[in-house]
Design a binder for this molecule. Structure first.
Ligand code: ATP
Ligand code: MG
Ligand code: MG
Length: 552
């Protein structure tokens, strides 16, 4: 991998180090465990872990678990797996914002004692009215001037479970007239009687994200808190919290643009709907832009990291072409995928001059441009399969590079054959092709005639049956969900999955590699799917086609 390109965050960290503001970089990746990670999160992972890596620093993994009703252990496990799979190691143990609940509570009391927070007892509707609008200042809560003693007493009673949900909240005392709505006495704590996946029933008050996040960062010694642009107008609150208590250090928040990819979506909430409503099979359905779906489809960690590097880090959002992601995986697989032959629409080919019952083993490269990947063996027999699309009775034009009656082609890695006859059914579908092979043509050109082209094939006698799942874009429109008149599920591409059964793969595919997709010659990249396969069925997912349509 090449040296990382410069970007404004890299420059900012360089300056901080050069000017002695920090001597060790600490970042964090803070997912909320309320869904699976998607390609957008990959960018955040690559930015946070990548920056730490480039500067010899550390990156922590912290679950932002302040909304227990939407969170679960399943998501926690999936997220850890995905970060590890991308090739990153977090510093120290996995953290949870909930690890800091006791510390956060102490910070909250510190705010109260400093006169910077109060218990507010407005009902939610009234509180919303008091908040004002973008064009109109808010109104101070009548509870804003409660004494420190009263606030401490109420807050402790909130913790002790003496009130119902919604009865009181703890709010920061900032400025109800601030043009930034986030600064209008934001809620710091609310009462929720919920069993938390980490802390059980220990707490019935839960801190809000804007209070939790800066203090969790500080507790972990984070120097650079890198997040997406929607947090830009939360930054004043991030700083306010750190300024009004005594944290162990002063992290700094910097925002960059979210990653969006066309023909797909990067929103956990919408992805969850696709799963819940059965538009896809699961979070790791190979059509999903989740890291687990992409992994199952055959994307490699290298390709995803490469893609994120290509996208870069900047302040202006925008949508990236899906072709760029496909380019990144093709680039990796073209270099590293082992080759194999597989016939997707098999038709029988009989070599009439090859003796029945005889066979020979041909040795061919695993990768034509990389000798270090070694060789593989394929079997030559009298009965073969070739692709129905590789044969016509009469060539449609002079450019036809495949088989036709009376003409010759080479079977890749094998001999040259000449077709002399074929059998068709009542509808005109070719059911059997007859040809003669030329025994003098293994690895050498024939004398006196020229084959039209090279096609792939498998021995009918040793072939393995495969089910191939051909995926296309998840959505049929470039920017799904942007038309307010339509529900985004209406934008799904109805042809995003085509299943082909009875495909014929070379015998080596009987126990396919599980670490990397294959390039099926002339067809595309395919990855074994252990989850969909069973004892008597091998299922492979098409990662991507061979053709690269992405224009740089
Ligand atoms: P979603 O809207 O899909 O629920 P989120 O931002 O709520 O996403 P989190 O679990 O909070 O999801 O995300 C963890 C980190 O990943 C955050 O710092 C967030 O900024 C970042 N992130 C999420 N989506 C993207 C994206 N599309 N591009 C870049 N970073 C992202
Ligand atoms: Mg979030
Ligand atoms: Mg979210």
């Amino acid at each position: 991998e090449s040296a990382p390109a410069s970007n404004f965050i890299r420059t900012l960290i360089q300056d901080d180090l050069a000017e002695g503001r920090h001597d060790h970089v600490v970042t964090r990746f803070p997912p909320e465990p309320n869904g699976y990670l998607h390609i957008g999160h990959a960018k955040s992972i690559v930015v946070n872990f990548g920056m730490a890596e480039q500067f010899g620093g550390d990156c922590t993994l912290r679950f932002d678990d302040t909304n227990p009703e939407k969170e679960s252990q399943e998501y926690i496990e999936a997220i850890k797996r995905d970060v590890t799979w991308l090739g990153y190691e977090w510093k120290g143990p996995v953290r949870y914002a909930s690890d800091y609940f006791e510390r956060l509570y102490e910070y909250a009391e510190e705010l109260i004692r400093g006169g910077h927070a109060y218990v507010c007892s407005l009902d939610p509707e009234t509180a919303a009215q008091y908040r004002g609008t973008l064009t109109q200042a808010g109104t101070d809560s009548p509870y804003r001037d409660r004494s420190v003693e009263e606030n401490l007493d109420l807050f402790r009673s909130m913790r002790a479970g003496e009130f119902a949900e919604g009865e009181h909240v703890l709010r920061a005392k900032i400025d109800m007239a601030s043009p930034n709505m986030n600064m209008r006495d934001p809620i710091l704590y609310r009462i929720r009687y919920l069993t938390h996946h980490q802390t059980g029933d220990k707490w019935c008050i839960y801190p809000m994200y804007d209070f939790t996040h800066p203090l969790s960062d500080a507790e972990e010694g984070v120097t650079h808190s890198l997040c997406t642009l929607e947090f830009e107008d939360h930054r004043p609150l991030y700083d306010w919290v750190l300024e009004h208590v005594t944290p162990p250090c002063r992290p700094r928040q910097t925002e960059f643009a979210r990653l969006n990819v066309n023909y797909t979506i990067t929103s956990k909430r919408k992805l969850m709907r696709l799963v819940d409503e059965g538009h896809v099979d699961a979070w790791n359905d190979p059509r999903m832009p989740t890291l687990s779906g992409m992994r199952r489809r055959g994307f490699t960690p290298t390709s995803i990291r490469q893609f994120c590097d290509m996208v870069g880090v900047n302040k202006t959002g925008g949508t990236v072409d899906l072709g760029m992601l496909e380019h990144a995986i093709r680039d990796d697989l073209n270099r590293n995928a082992p080759r194999a032959m597989c016939v997707l629409r098999p038709v029988k080919l009989i070599l009439t001059n090859y003796p029945e019952g005889q066979s020979e083993t041909l040795t061919t490269a695993v990768h034509p441009q990389d000798e270090s990947m070694g060789t593989r063996e394929v079997t030559w027999t009298r009965e073969m399969y070739i692709d129905a699309e590789d044969f016509v009775e009469v060539p449609p034009n002079k450019k036809w590079k495949r088989l036709s009656k009376g003409n010759a082609v080479r079977l890749r890695g094998g001999y040259v054959i000449t077709c002399n006859d074929f059998v068709a059914d009542d509808e005109g579908n070719v059911t059997e092709i007859h040809a003669e092979y030329d025994p003098a043509t293994l690895g050498v050109n024939p004398e006196g005639y020229k084959p039209k082209g090279v096609i792939h094939w498998v021995s009918a006698e040793t072939a393995v049956d495969l089910e191939l799942r051909l995926y296309d874009r998840l959505f049929g429109v470039e920017n799904p969900g942007t038309d307010k008149e339509r529900d985004f599920v209406e934008d799904l591409n109805p042809d995003n999955l085509v299943v082909l059964t009875g495909c014929k793969g070379e015998a080596n595919l009987a126990s396919p590699r599980t670490d990397i997709p294959y390039q099926f010659e002339r067809e595309g990249y395919f990855f074994y799917d252990p989850e969909a396969s069973s004892e008597d069925r091998i299922v492979m997912n098409r990662t991507v086609t061979l053709r690269d349509s992405w224009a740089k």
